[in-house]
Design a protein around this ligand. Sequence first.
Ligand code: CO8
Length: 258
Amino acid sequence: MAYETIIVEIEDHVALVKLNRPDAMNALNLQVFEELGDFLSSAQTNDKVRCIVLTGTDKFFAAGADIKMMSEMSFVDVFTSDLFGEGGTAIQRNRKPMIAAVAGYALGGGCELAMMCDFIIAADNAKFGQPEINLGVIAGIGGTQRLTRLIGKSKAMDMNLTGRFMDAEEAERAGLVSRVVPCKKLMEEAMGAAAKIAEKSMISAMAVKESVNRAYETPLAEGLLYERRLFHSMFATDDQTEGMNAFLEKRQPQFRDR
Ligand code: CO8
């Protein structure tokens, strides 16, 4: 599939995916979700992709769902098309590690898309917000759910009820983002983190992702059991033997994803 709303570059086992609707501040429409979903589905079986970085420009990650598109839709249109439902599911199905590198605005669906990634690295000019209330609607793909789990009820209510923007420093303090770096260093930092992840055993990386995500879906006792069983299962892999032997032999491990 040829993409128009995203640009994909794959190098050294890292796929860099840039949102590409600059005239609308990367506002998200059905095509963006379809193309993202298509790329992520293909990435699952592409050995050249071991980690994915999703980004925008240095001024905006994405300023939300496309308001022009939505303004022309009725209840029946959004309900029957399950607006963004299918694309969102494809993003959720992605089992490879995915980092959001956010500079500038990440608003509404943009903030929600960043939260669908495994973690967010922010530039110091990043601004996060769920301003849907200003449009007479509410967040629809995670802004009241993922955001609440990430930053807690009080801040999530504040963001969703007032529609105010949170800067990068507050976002890091609140636990929405894992690191904040100067804007000029954002891509270096995100690509560096992705390169580090790409060096690991893909089996371990996928298991980490699955296990951490379980923490959101299950009670603690179930999550701990799930984690322990996954840990046990790692002992069936060559990469576990290699990783431990390499440590004991004081050398770098050569993982083979087996
Ligand atoms: N949709 C469409 N176009 C947009 C959007 C958007 N979300 N945001 C910006 N643009 C466009 C503007 O219309 C403008 O286009 P043009 O030049 O043709 O007039 C261009 O981008 C530049 O925007 P501004 O002139 O407004 O730039 P400023 O620097 O003055 O302001 C802001 C930047 C603060 C980002 C401002 O544009 C803004 O507030 N944008 C809207 C933010 C917003 O409300 N986002 C939430 C949208 S709703 C949503 O995301 C719901 C998601 C859930 C869907 C779930 C379905 C189930």
